[in-house]
Write a protein that binds this ligand. Structure first.
Ligand code: 4NP
Length: 164
């Protein structure tokens, strides 16, 4: 029988050192818990190129570690090739989404772009994942709470065979 192709998911924020590597870590943990790692390819990238090669922000690594997540991603900038390499490109806020849609090489490629907030549970007061870079500890905890909710719903929808 033919093996199903993995679903390829790319999480994108501005710097690729706070929100998107955290989303990648949260989603990887959900895949591990569900023995679903072989069915997915997961990565993250930033629209900006300020921190290329760096580990995630130390504050984000500390907050993630307290939830059992080790963030080891190395920062990279999103590129036009990502539109061929991924099925779903998930931006954290409106600015990320606008930048991704500008970079998309075709209308079809632009359709791969969607907002993380579209996966938040009904009743969420957030329509984006707020940038925690200039915030305190609560900002990082909020990001992880939103990502846990959104990534779990994303996983459930993909596993149920829903087209996103
Ligand atoms: P991120 O946060 O987009 O969640 O990775 C930021 C990281 C760095 C900067 C801005 C936002 N920066 O301006 O360097």
């Amino acid at each position: 029988m033919e093996e199903k192709k993995p679903v390829r998911v790319l999480f994108v924020c501005l710097g690729n050192i706070c929100r998107s590597p955290a989303a990648e870590g949260v989603f990887r943990a959900i895949l591990r818990e569900n023995c679903a790692e072989s069915r997915y390819v997961v990565d993250s990238a930033g629209t900006g190129g300020y921190h290329i090669g760096q580990l995630p922000d130390k504050r984000m690594r500390i907050h993630a570690r307290s939830r059992g997540l080790e963030l080891t991603h190395r920062c990279r900038q999103v590129s036009v090739d990502d539109f061929a390499d991924f099925d779903l490109i998930i931006g954290m806020d409106a600015s990320n989404l606008a930048n991704l849609r500008r970079l998309a090489p075709s209308v079809e490629a632009a359709r791969k772009v969607c907002g993380m907030a579209s996966f938040f549970s009904g009743g969420s007061c957030y329509d984006h994942v707020p940038d925690p870079y200039y915030e305190g500890a609560e900002g990082f905890e909020l990001v992880l709470d939103l990502l846990q909710d959104g990534c779990q719903n994303l996983f459930n929808r993909l596993e149920s065979g829903e087209r996103i």
